[in-house]
Write a new protein. Structure first.
Length: 369
């Protein structure tokens, strides 16, 4: 194999799948089985929620926050959830804006996957545009994009990687990648292995000027939905990657430099396993909190038949209009019920700008752990 030169465009990036014995490696097979079991448990448990939007909204936002943090875009949980509670009609700036757009990109991609049942280049570009708030698309062949070492000091300008470049090169490699993902007859490989392989390939192709990391992590979730391993995008992969960021980049580079696929595959399977377990724990705790809330309402004679309890758990900050339904039609009635929940200690009231909103402290604690 020709030695890789990180200062030259990696146009010799080989198509997938890698020509290795990965599929029969005992360690890989064992990890794959464990990850698959945990993912199946998560899918089944999520289906028992009375309203899956409870968890989808919150976990999607946590995924957005962690994925952005990998790219050094930071915000506090409190700032983020306050922004979310006002996103419909208020101006949002700073890191919270980028994180909320990541979530919107995730939902846009989800709707495309459900309707098309396959990943298309159009969907990939649309996700990128939503993530980056741009009308840009596949980077032009003359754009001399390189990946530089992050940090400070004498190594800050060192080139780590130069992605493929040339007229039609990126488009061809993206077409090959999408064919690998969508064609299970030609490429009959377990979906979790495919996801891991494709994530490396996407990052190596680096099809956009910027935002490839966040876009690539969204594509991982969408592919699991496409293959019916999940019904909704509730796998919090970016948390694992953020906590193990050095390993993430080191193992990506290991494939590029010396085709070391096994450490990367094991890393991604471990990410699926741990984040599935993490998410199962969150669902169980939120379900328990919902039941305790219901019991407390019954004990104190609150109108459980009128209040949609899941609405109290869709996000930590609740505005009166979030509670509106066929049974609660006025904002004043919603405020009355929210004040009753406050009296019982279920919610606490805070002032944001000129408006009061209510805060589900226990839910926030579960999400922040």
């Amino acid at each position: 194999m020709e030695a890789y030169d990180r200062n030259k465009p990696y146009n010799q990036l080989p198509p997938l799948p890698p020509a290795t014995a990965l599929y029969h490696d005992e360690e890989v097979v064992d990890k794959l089985m464990s990850a698959s079991r945990c993912l199946a448990e998560l899918k089944g448990l999520a289906a028992t929620l009375p309203n899956q939007s409870i968890f989808v909204n919150t976990i999607a936002l946590r995924e957005a926050k962690a994925s952005s943090a990998i790219e050094n875009i930071f915000t506090t949980d409190d700032e983020l959830y306050r922004s979310l509670s006002f996103q419909e009609d208020d101006h949002i700036e700073g890191p919270a804006k980028e994180i909320l757009h990541y979530r919107q990109a995730l939902w846009k991609g989800y709707k495309d996957i459900v309707s098309k049942e396959s990943l298309t280049l159009e969907t990939v570009v649309d996700i990128y545009r939503e993530v980056k708030l741009t009308r840009d698309g596949i980077r032009p062949y003359q754009a001399e994009v390189v990946i530089k070492k992050r940090g400070w000091g004498s190594l800050v300008a060192e080139t780590v990687y130069t992605p493929p470049r040339g007229k039609g090169v990126v488009e061809k490699k993206m077409a090959e990648l999408l064919e690998f993902l969508n064609d299970d007859i030609r490429f009959p490989i377990d979906p979790l292995l495919k996801m891991a392989m494709a994530h490396y390939q996407f990052e190596a192709i680096h099809p956009f000027r910027d935002g490839n990391g966040r876009t690539g992590r969204i594509l991982c979730l969408l592919y699991l939905i496409q293959k019916h391993l999940l019904d909704l995008p509730i796998l919090y992969l970016s948390a694992f990657i953020l906590q193990n960021k050095e390993d993430y980049y080191q193992r990506l580079n290991g494939i590029t430099g010396t085709q070391q696929w096994k450490p990367w595959i094991l890393y991604m399977l471990e990410a699926v396993l741990q984040t599935a377990e993490y998410t199962v724990d969150k669902i169980l705790r939120i379900k328990g909190l919902m039941e305790k809330t219901r019991e407390l309402m019954l004990e104190n004679g609150l109108p459980i038949a009128r209040v949609d309890i899941p609405k109290l758990f869709e996000q930590p900050y609740i505005r009166p209009k979030n509670l509106l339904s066929e049974k609660i039609k006025s904002v004043n009635t919603a405020k009355k019920y929210l004040s009753q929940f406050e009296t019982l200690g279920i919610l606490s009231k805070v002032k944001v700008g000129k408006e009061f909103i209510w805060f589900n402290t226990s839910l926030m604690q579960i999400l922040s752990d």
